[in-house]
Ligand binder design. Sequence first.
Ligand code: SAM
Length: 286
Amino acid sequence: MSQQPVSNRAGVLYVVATPIGNLGDLSPRAVEVLRAVDWIAAEDTRHSGRLLRHFGIGRPLLSLHEHNESKALEKVVGHLEAGRSVALISDAGTPLVSDPGFPLVRECRRRGLRVSPVPGPSALVAALSACGLPADHFCFHGFPPRQPAARRERLGELRSQRVTLVFYESSHRIAASLADMAEVLGGDRPACVARELTKRHEEFLHGSLEELARLVADDPDRQRGEFVVVVGAAPKVAGSPAALERDELLRILLEELPLKQAVALAARLTGGKKNELYQRALAMKK
Ligand code: SAM
């Protein structure tokens, strides 16, 4: 183990989850910790100030967001090493989950400082827990790229993942992203759009990706708010559209390249397993 011993004098960095919409979701322990720490490092001090005032929490705030993270990190580490405790919060949900904080936590770990989670809301887990798609194996991909070409390329890399896929998306791109998901991942894939979780207009839309893309594109009201998109795993049956596409790709590559190179490239492009693709390629060669 490379971790250094934790000094008894050093303060603790608490990573505290805050509500994703419903203030009632701030846990009693989160309130207790936020009241007790010496400093609160917040992504947006004005935004978090409102939450903290609501709970009568008056600890001093320091700002830690993606644009000042390396400087703010030094400040926080300085406090911790001087024996002062700090709570890290983001605008909503769990810090580090598509939110700032990773460099800070990594640095604390590197220096052997204590980091302790105060778990609570996260849109990712909230959506998975209630959407009705398998949550035992899933892969979280955060926000898809904003640019259409990069987004489609990224989705292409994920097409054959045989686990539930979870994405965050904003109101600006939800319609375009769903359309790309339907086109690239497959229009018949089961999916769920979880909108405005824990808020007044909370809504779960179910259907195939194609149906959901149409539903959201046709209704501007359904493009408002915050979204988690959950997509069912790629089907594993042989002869499925994904498998057929993979075979087609492999066939084209085999026409141009030696077997080993074709297999390696197909594995990179489809995310498929090399040994499975190798067996398919051998069968095709025969
Ligand atoms: N750290 C947060 C968490 O643990 O969920 C996520 C922060 S990320 C910057 C914000 C994105 O999370 C939103 O654009 C949306 O995709 C998702 N999100 C946050 N709150 C949500 C809510 N109430 N309903 C649906 N999605 C939400």
